[in-house]
Design a protein around this ligand. Structure first.
Ligand SMILES: Cc1cc2nc3c(=O)[nH]c(=O)nc-3n(C[C@H](O)[C@H](O)[C@H](O)COP(=O)(O)O)c2cc1C
Length: 329
């Protein structure tokens, strides 16, 4: 996920039990290979294997080149993005816009599969729009070309993030292919993960937004799938420690200033819905140094502990607008 699954966050998710965590999408535009952002995205130092890098673009030759570049830089899986609805990506006919042009999809998949020796996986949506749900055709084509696993978000490109994800098309694709299928979209609880696995017969589930600020969701889902029972919510002290380690990793990875700014959105996600978090997040976004940021977190968690030993999310402690403001800051 662009802007979310950087190396520190991927490592954290894997630590909490995610079997696979895919990099932020890397553009196939080779002019950007030397940019600080692209270099940082190709940095997998210390990352738990398997290392999966997602590439995005619409030109088969450039996509093949991008795949090779990333394998040379440590990628053990190349994931192709045909699921992103963002205008910036779709306007250049990449991401989910590609689903409209099946011959081009075929050329891109063939070029990338031929370019590298590592497994190539694909991420798609259910189709272009509700009238054109062509995921089954695209999935079959991908399997025939040699793609080794498919992840599917249960919305069309036109749906963006509106409405609820639907799982019928994912179930239909599962019937049509033999390669592993990973179901995605609106999975926010262990029960929902169980439901989507049962309903679609998918081989795995993929968690996006629900892991933001709650990376321990992976161990909670794993526990529930294995035992049918829920873990206790994490202890406040544990999450305080997890956050401090995450922030230290962000400061180290991005450098102090950028790290402190990137940390703000994670702190917002971690604390959303916790007692007193609206005021805290507003205050936290004004802070300009690592020292102030860490002191504010210590203060917040000390207060939180007075409300109980375990994390408790409370509805109605802040308005949607306040939450959105904190996230935008
Ligand atoms: C901020 C953000 C960035 C995303 N970036 C990517 C991306 O780079 N590549 C991709 O395949 N999907 C991307 N997605 C889509 C997610 O991978 C996922 O398919 C979608 O959010 C639905 O899953 P969820 O309901 O579990 O979040 C992004 C989603 C969000 C919210």
């Amino acid at each position: 996920m662009a802007g979310v699954t950087d190396r520190p966050f991927r490592m954290l998710c894997k630590r909490f039990g995610a079997g696979l965590a895919v990099s932020e999408m890397v553009t196939s535009n080779s002019l950007l290979y030397g940019s600080a952002k692209t270099l940082r995205r190709a940095n997998h130092q210390g990352e738990v294997e398997p290392i999966s890098v997602q590439i995005a673009g619409a030109d088969p030759r450039m996509m093949a080149e991008a795949a090779r570049y990333n394998v040379d830089n440590g990628a053990q899986i190349i994931d192709i993005n045909m699921g992103c609805p963002a205008k910036k990506i779709c306007n250049v006919m990449a991401g989910s816009a590609l689903l409209r042009d099946e011959p081009l999809v075929s050329r891109i998949l063939k070029a990338v599969v031929a370019a590298v020796d590592v497994p190539v996986t694909l991420k798609i949506r259910t189709g272009w729009d509700k009238q054109n749900r062509n995921a089954v055709a695209v999935a079959r084509m991908a399997e025939d070309i040699g793609v080794q696993a498919l992840a599917m978000h249960g919305r069309t490109r036109a749906c963006a993030y509106m409405g609820d994800a639907e799982y019928d098309t994912i179930a239909a694709v599962k019937q049509a292919i033999r390669i592993p299928l990973i179901a995605n979209g609106d999975i926010t609880t262990p029960e929902k993960a169980r439901h989507v696995l049962d309903y679609t017969k998918a081989d795995a589930v993929m968690i996006g937004r629900a892991a933001q600020g709650r990376p321990w969701i992976f161990r909670e889902i794993e526990h529930f799938l294995n035992t049918g029972t829920h873990m206790l919510p994490p202890a406040v002290t544990e999450i305080h420690q997890v956050m401090l380690e995450h922030l230290a990793d962000l400061y180290d990875f991005y450098g102090d200033l950028t790290g402190m700014r990137v940390a703000r959105k994670h702190i917002s996600w971690y604390t959303k819905g916790l007692v007193g978090s609206a005021n805290f997040r507003h205050h936290m976004n004004q802070l300009q140094s690592i020292e102030e940021q860490l002191a504010a977190i210590d203060h917040f968690f000390t207060q939180l502990q007075q409300h109980g030993e375990r994390l408790q999310y409370v509805d109605g402690t802040e308005t949607e607008e306040q939450g959105a403001e904190a996230l935008a800051a």
